[in-house]
Design a protein around this ligand. Structure first.
Ligand SMILES: NC(=O)c1ccc[n+]([C@@H]2O[C@H](COP(=O)([O-])OP(=O)(O)OC[C@H]3O[C@@H](n4cnc5c(N)ncnc54)[C@H](OP(=O)(O)O)[C@@H]3O)[C@@H](O)[C@H]2O)c1
Length: 344
């Protein structure tokens, strides 16, 4: 028997899409009778969470909009969303780390029962307790952006290292600046002029306004001083090649951002395989795909409790306004995170 707070519902409220033609925001519909994402009996390692807040990430529209290949992985009707914070509603028999009523947060991998539904089903790796003193609203921001930033930075630096974060003002960038500082690094970042103060307030030591300066040239002029580059943007396209001049020989270039287009993917792939005289670079380059990790979620939440890392929230949308939240996200100008507040 699983542990449960109330009889399991058969259906739930959810934003769902059947198609993404013309953009997900034009297609998602709010329904009250979506299927629930859990079976009865509940698999023994599963945790059902009633979602109170979810936060959006570019992948929440990019993946569904890939079309047919994605339909094979995520059949429709499907609900978008990966990041959540809420309250445990039910646990499988083998779950000992969480109990019904616990406040939890985390990330689920893209699937047809996303976090814009009333309930989600997760496992330990994508779930952690919300520490006392941290709000569910703030905790809902960590899942993807926080873990991604942590996984790009923490394994690749030591205290005192210099890090360049390309794109410091979005979801991944605002977490990245603060995580690198919490690890004792010197941080240089880039953003447009209106976000320079935000990046500085999060601890960035140097900020390059990409609308006024050539990022690659500014960095090249500094010499080989950086241990790590985290590229949250994908432009300028010559940044990787230029990193031969500003990354230490043992330094790493970790890419996460970029447009999902054939030309961009070809450009990114060529970095790894082309010799330097054909445009390839000399430095260690890696495309990072975010993995759910209970330990990483816990570490970021601990820093949040200690005041070393905070959630930067651009705007909180009411649940009914989810399409407007996607419209804003798609503009690519988000300062920190976009959060969606679910009805009680
Ligand atoms: N590989 C993975 O597993 C993974 C995981 C998470 C995210 N991602 C990808 O990483 C990218 C960033 O994600 P995100 O959540 O941070 O997105 P986001 O929050 O939507 O990023 C918006 C921010 O990007 C900044 N920006 C736009 N163009 C820029 C430029 N040329 N230089 C510097 N900053 C620029 C904007 O600042 P300004 O307004 O100042 O320009 C804005 O603050 C996306 O492409 C996302 O799909 C990949």
């Amino acid at each position: 028997m699983s542990n449960t707070s109330s009889p399991s519902p058969q259906t739930m409220r959810a934003w769902i899409y059947n198609s993404t033609n013309g953009g997900i925001e034009k297609n998602i519909q709010l329904v009250q009778d979506a299927p629930v994402p859990f079976l009865s009996p509940l698999p023994k390692d599963s945790i059902v969470v009633k979602v109170h807040y979810s936060s959006l990430n570019p992948a929440d529209y990019k993946f569904p909009e890939l079309g047919l290949p994605m339909r094979a992985l995520i059949p429709t009707p499907a609900s978008p969303g990966m990041d959540y914070a809420g309250v445990v509603a039910q646990t499988g028999n083998a779950v000992s780390a969480f109990h019904v009523g616990d406040e939890v947060f985390g990330r689920i991998a893209p699937n047809r029962y996303g976090t814009l539904g009333e309930y989600i089903c997760t496992k330990l790796d994508g779930c952690a307790l919300v520490p006392e003193g941290v709000s569910l609203e703030d905790a809902s921001c960590i899942g993807t952006a926080g873990q991604t930033a942590y996984q790009c930075i923490a394994p690749n630096v030591e205290e005192g290292d210099k890090v360049f974060i390309n794109g410091g003002s979005g979801g991944t960038g605002t977490f990245g600046i603060q995580i690198a500082k919490a690890l004792g690094c010197h941080v240089t970042t880039s953003c447009s002029g209106k976000n320079v103060e935000l990046c500085r307030s999060l601890g960035a030591d140097e900020v390059i306004d990409y609308t006024k300066e050539n990022v690659s040239e500014v960095l090249k002029a500094k010499g080989q001083i950086y241990k790590l580059v985290v590229d949250n943007v994908g432009t300028p396209l010559d940044l990787y090649k230029a990193s031969d001049h500003f990354l230490l020989p043992e330094g790493k270039f970790v890419q996460i951002g970029g447009e999902f287009s054939v030309s961009n993917i070809t450009n990114i792939m060529s970095r790894q395989f082309l010799p330097s005289f054909l445009g390839g670079g000399k430095r260690n380059w890696k495309y990072l795909v975010t993995n759910n990790s209970h330990d990483d979620l816990e570490q970021i939440a601990k820093w949040m409790k200690e005041g070393k890392v905070k959630a930067v929230i651009d705007e909180v949308f009411e649940y009914e306004d989810a399409p407007k939240a996607f419209e804003k996200l798609r503009k690519g100008r988000t300062r920190g995170k976009i959060v969606i507040k679910h009805p009680k």
